[in-house]
Design a protein around this ligand. Sequence first.
Ligand code: DX5
Ligand code: ZN
Length: 216
Amino acid sequence: MSHIIAPSLLAADFADLKGAVALVDRSPAPWLHLDVMDGVFVPNISFGFPVIQAIRPLTKKVFDVHLMIVRPDNYIHAFRDAGADVLTVHAEACPHLHRSIQAIKAAGMKAGVAINPHTNVSVLEDVLADIDLVCMMSVNPGFGGQKFIEHTYAKIAALKELRRHTGSTALIEIDGGVGKMNFTQLITAGADVLVAGNSVFGATDPARAIVALSGK
Ligand code: DX5
Ligand code: ZN
């Protein structure tokens, strides 16, 4: 099994972010998923670049920053300076998606595009060859701990076909409701990156949960 586990800090104890980052740092997970919410694009507010900047010195793991915000173009350099390695914007929040992707790449980061559960993968057709990651939401964005939407499997199949057709090498990331009950099936379906919030930080032993999801 060759896949990337990206624990989501959203489900961690915010009073001990240092401890949460240290736990991921010691784990086999290569990425740390960071959910930025603005209370406008999604009905919740999480954290922004000051927090990302504060935890950046604590680990060399890949910072996978998922922007659930309107007008992300205004903040691309701020997130780069805060330490983002992969910067993902929502297709639904970007009227000039091509421009946003080019700006992220020009700033020296890998570019990701996220799509909500209701958004068809076909919206990605004309940008898929340009991007490094598709973040496929398997819950409606805004909150951790939600139930996985089963229709995601059909969307993974459609995205794999579109990826082949466009010659893209973008990774397929699944975000929301991922855990021990479905991770094997998701990898078999074609997922490359699995975001895991509550299934890691809500577990009795988070370190062990990461090891289990890593297939190690
Ligand atoms: C949801 C976020 C997810 C969230 C996943 O809006 O984008 O990354 O942290 O949490 P779980 O794994 O608990 O569904
Ligand atoms: Zn996310």
